[in-house]
Write a protein that binds this ligand. Sequence first.
Ligand code: SF4
Length: 530
Amino acid sequence: MSSIKAAMQTTPTESPDSSPGVAPAAVTAQAVTASPIESPPTESTVAESTAAESTAAQSTAAEAASSAGLRPARTVGDKLAVLADAAKYDASCASSGLKRGGKKGALGHSDGVGICHSYTPDGRCVSLFKVLLTNYCIYDCQFCVNRASSDTRRARFRPQEIVNLFIDFYRRNYVEGLFLSSGIVQSPDYTMEQLIDVARRLRLDHNFNGYIHLKAVPGASRELIELAGRWADRLSANIELPTQQDLDQLAPEKQLQTIETTMGQIHEKRQQARYERRQSRRAPRFAPAGQSTQMVVGATDTNDAKILSTAAQLFGDYGLKRIYYSAFSPIPFGDARLPSQPPPLVREHRLYQADWLMRFYGFRADELVDDRRPWLDLDLDPKTIWALENRDFFPVDVNRASRAALLRVPGIGVRSAKRLLAVRRWHRLTTADLRKIGIVFKRALPFIVTADRNPEVFTLDAFDLRVRLMGGGRQLNLFEANAPASGRGFPMPEPVPDPTLEPISRPRPATPAAPATVGLSDRSSITGEL
Ligand code: SF4
């Protein structure tokens, strides 16, 4: 397949418009940057561009696909079927956190609660018009179904086709925003230009004022990244894998440094735009919903400790709004180095929980996982595991503890901690009050003291507290049906007995008879309270 990639960079020849290729001379980064942004390309320009976007590689790829019985999609309906399906592997599509109010004469808005989402059973967002510009790609990332060597069916939209489809869907109330990603055709700059072209047409030609999320192609020029942030609400440069070693193994064309450079450019420009808007409200906004990234989990044997330390570094260095952890999905005829089984989706869930703890609960990555315990526990959430390993921190008095201490208690989330702090100013909290406040009651009880008697606190040092918190067995998870009992796609080391789980020999009142079970509800999964 290296021959295909090499051929893709050769001189264009005539080919169908649905194929990728070399950018016409008229549509270079310099041309886009230099041309007035208020003058989008005309239809004739697009037609010329499209006619010129063919390469010898397209013929090669088309022949290969054709010989495999997979002809490139030609009609808009076919392209939509191929490219909407290909986009489902990109998880970074949430749009929360954005306020873009309605404007007179403008189409759409995204205010207050942001865009309404619906989710597929595996948790992915479907309410945005989520699609790829093309699934042709010159890169050969082994974990990706769109890699150059894949014999998947290919398709490519023209920018205007995406615009027409989106506006059509929007007017029918099918979708409220756009999530547009793409395989890399010809070069990062060329691909970025095409993505920008869609956003620019929506904003200028259709006065669209709703949510747009664009993929920021790592390695694209700074000028193009700045243009993208002008039209899009959110940008995402995908890191794909957590370490350079992983990239070398499965995506050798990608460099962590290049990806981080793009993230850094977005971050810098966002800071600059924020400063300028403080000086003048008329200053243009830049990617107001921030930037995000996606990490594929389980394609290599990199452990959760490394994943979370990379995540912490990205949050700190580039001010990311979100990192999306996407469990690796085995692909047909994939590379032999890839695991044949997907990691349990509960691992993805635990990574999200740990990520949440780092961003909103004041935990450091090394408090949740470290070299001694490099994998997140699949049976209990990371906050409960931390509490079990740090029992000397408890019990916490809910009537006196600081907010930071309350947030360390399993079952007390950010919202319930806020309510606790508000109520205790005029009332001493009892266990009955905690139920009303909405903490995950049974999980919190062994770790807190209240104004009245809380017998559960006597189980804090019990040998079997972990089992009790698991409800006598395994904690239920959202993905129980598909998740193997253990393993993360790769063989896992045997668990090492943990001395910190031994009981603490502190003088305590005699432990009363244990309740029959201290089962956990799945409430935290629903409310987001950990
Ligand atoms: S660059 Fe993106 S689309 Fe192309 S093979 Fe890699 S992950 Fe897939």
